[in-house]
Structure formats: C-alpha cells, structure tokens
Design a protein around this ligand. Structure first.
Ligand SMILES: NC(=O)c1ccc[n+]([C@@H]2O[C@H](COP(=O)([O-])OP(=O)(O)OC[C@H]3O[C@@H](n4cnc5c(N)ncnc54)[C@H](OP(=O)(O)O)[C@@H]3O)[C@@H](O)[C@H]2O)c1
Length: 330
C-alpha cells in the first residue's frame, strides 16, 4: 500500500473545508496500531466536524470519522496482531487524531477495542459511538439506582442514533419507554425498537414552574436546552437524567428544586471520559446481553465511502433517523 484514500478536514483562513485526498501512512497522527478500515458510521458529531458547524476538530488537517472498525495490518503493541478484528470509538478520532474516514488508520493502542464476540464489524458500526454512549448512559443510571420500578424512562432525540439504541436497550431490559420525537412518521420504527408511548416535541406543554407533575422514572436526554430543563422539573423523586447531547441547545436554565426536593440526579455522560475497563465491559455487553435486538432495522442508510459527503445535511435538516453506516472498502 503506497497511498490510500482519506476524507480530510482542513481549515483555511478560518473556514472549514473537507474532501478526499490520497495520503501516505506517515501523514497520519501517531499510534501503535495500523488498521485497514472496512466500516465507519456517521454520528451527529461527524456532521458537525465535516461541515464546520461545530468546533470538533482541534488540530488541522485531520481525517474525519469518530468511529471505525477493521482489521489490524500491523501493531507495535503486543495486545494486537495482524488480522485481528477491532473497533475504535470514542478515542478522540477526528478531534485530536486522524479518524475512520480513511482506508487506513493509525491509532493509539489504548483506544483500540477487540471486536466483541457476538458482533460483526458492520454491526459494531451500527452501534458506533452513538450506541456505545446510549449503553454507557443506561449503565450509569442503573449504577445510580435506576430500576424498572421507578417508572417510565423518557428518551429525547428518539429517532437519532443515541436515541434508537437507548430505546431498544431500555425496552429489552424491561423498562417502559416513552419516545420524545419530532417525527410522527417514525412512530412505527420507534414502536419496533420498543417504545410504548410517544410525545411530540413540537407540541409538548412544558410548563415553567420549578417543579412540574412528576411523570418520568428517569430520562436519557440528547437535546439539552428547554427540553432538559423540563426533564429536571418532571422526573420523579430519586430518578436519573442522563445528559448526553445538545441538539436543541447547550444551555440549561433550571433551579435546584428538583435536586434538593426530589433527589433527582443529573448524570453527565461523556463517552471519552470512561476508564478503559468499563469501556471494554460495555462493549462486551453490547455483543452479548445488551446486544440491540433491532440493530439491523436501525440502519437508515448504508453508503459507499465516496458518497459520504452527501449525507451530512440530513443531520441538520431534520430528515435523518437511525444510523448511517459507511462502507469504507471491501
Ligand atoms: N456526551 C457524549 O459523549 C456524546 C456521545 C455521542 C453523542 N452525543 C451527542 O448526543 C446527541 C445525539 O447524537 P446522535 O448521534 O444520536 O444524533 P442524531 O442521530 O443526529 O440524532 C439527534 C436526534 O435529535 C432530535 N432532534 C433534532 N433536532 C432537534 C431539536 N432542535 N430539538 C430537539 N431534538 C432534536 C431528532 O430526533 P427526533 O426527530 O426523533 O426528535 C434527531 O434524530 C448529539 O448532541 C451528540 O453530539 C454526545
């Protein structure tokens, strides 16, 4: 392999540009493990990074793609050998290191996870950072005492990548799930994942009192902003809210009342800040008892690498749902 194809994000005069380039291995950021990338995926963060709408890439240029799965070509770390199937998610790819939108990646060994038993390389990318983070949120909620007896769990950003996996996982482990969504045309999809109730995010009445009627046993939130503020006001005593995303807003205006009068817990979820042992355990579960039963149905699009850039707009115009997987090469 002399050169390989990469989708590279650059910055010129403060403006973000992205496109395909032919690279040599020594152009990549440092790492012990060289991987032939077979699959990647698109997360909201990838769309932000490639379009320049979000400050994701912290050094330029970098290959895009926060996730990848593939086969080890070469490793200077004993834990990996040529031919091993591996996954890299939540390892700072496309932020501080070259990412998965390339036929070859070079990655720090500590960020590599052996492909979990029970998953194919493609399935691992259907899960991707989105699904891994959803599982992390559920694990954190349960560690903090969440049980099925607390009542319904509401999931915002329901049709998105994180939301889809969260709904499917929560439902399969016995929670009653409420999908908070802007897409009434996707109710059948959400029902298939396991949602039993629906709230239209365009019509919901959120109220403005420091404490509203306590309705939800807990919440997985991808929205932030007014939606998260409403969740703090409407989660039942001792319930957990996993704060994952900011698709609505990074702002949060609430009061301390839910925390000091209802004992509600707001759990910050950051997929990058996880001890490696816990990360590996969550991935192992995603291939076993927490493997999403509806994984195949979550794939809204499978795209060829060269068509990647056509997909990003859907993450901002509201048409995207589920997971998009990217076939980097055969
Ligand atoms: N903390 C972490 O470590 C971590 C890890 C992964 C992802 N994230 C964040 O989690 C969020 C979701 O990621 P994702 O990959 O699931 O994104 P995604 O696939 O683009 O899904 C986002 C979903 O949010 C809903 N939505 C869109 N615009 C909205 C708005 N203005 N107000 C409320 N809801 C809106 C839509 O679902 P409906 O139409 O069904 O409402 C959309 O499908 C993003 O903010 C992402 O950056 C954080």
């Amino acid at each position: 392999m002399s050169t390989f194809r990469a989708y590279r994000i650059n910055q010129t005069d403060g403006k973000i540009t992205a496109g395909f380039e032919q690279l040599k291995l020594d152009a990549l950021t440092a790492g012990e493990v060289v991987i032939k990338v077979l699959w990647s995926g698109i997360n909201f963060k990838d769309a932000l990074a490639a379009s320049g709408r979000g400050k994701i890439v912290r050094q330029f240029p970098l290959n895009g793609g926060i996730d990848l799965s593939g086969v080890v070509m070469r490793s200077d770390d004993r834990r990996y050998r040529e031919g091993d199937e591996v996954v890299v998610c939540s390892g700072g790819l496309s932020e501080t290191a070259d990412g998965g939108y390339a036929e070859v990646a070079r990655v720090k060994a500590e960020h590599v996870v052996p492909l979990p038993r029970g998953l194919s390389l493609r399935e691992a990318m259907i899960i991707g950072t989105a699904g891994y983070t959803a599982a992390l949120a559920v694990a954190r909620m349960e560690q903090n005492g969440q049980t099925q007896e607390h009542g319904k769990i509401i999931v915002t950003g329901a049709t998105g990548g994180v939301g889809s996996v969260a709904i499917n996982l929560l439902s399969s482990i016995g929670y009653e799930v409420v999908a908070f969504t802007g897409k009434s045309e996707r109710h059948d999809y959400l029902r298939q994942l396991g949602a039993q109730h629906f709230i239209d995010r365009h019509r919901v009445e959120m109220g403005s009192r420091p404490l509203e009627k306590a309705e939800w046993g807990g919440a997985v939130d991808n929205a932030g902003g007014e939606t998260l503020a409403w969740l703090t006001r409407s989660v039942k005593p001792r319930g957990n809210i996993a704060s994952i995303g900011l698709v609505e807003s990074h702002k949060l205006h609430t009061t301390v009342m839910p925390f000091i009068l209802r004992g509600v817990s707001l759990l910050g979820i950051n997929c990058l800040e996880v001890p490696f042992a816990q990360r590996d355990e969550i991935w192992a579960r995603l291939g076993a008892d927490w493997k999403p039963s509806e994984l195949a149905n979550m794939v809204s699009r499978e795209v060829a690498f060269e068509k990647l850039a056509d997909e990003f707009d859907a993450y901002f115009d509201g048409s995207h749902w589920g997971r998009t997987v990217v076939k980097i090469q055969q």
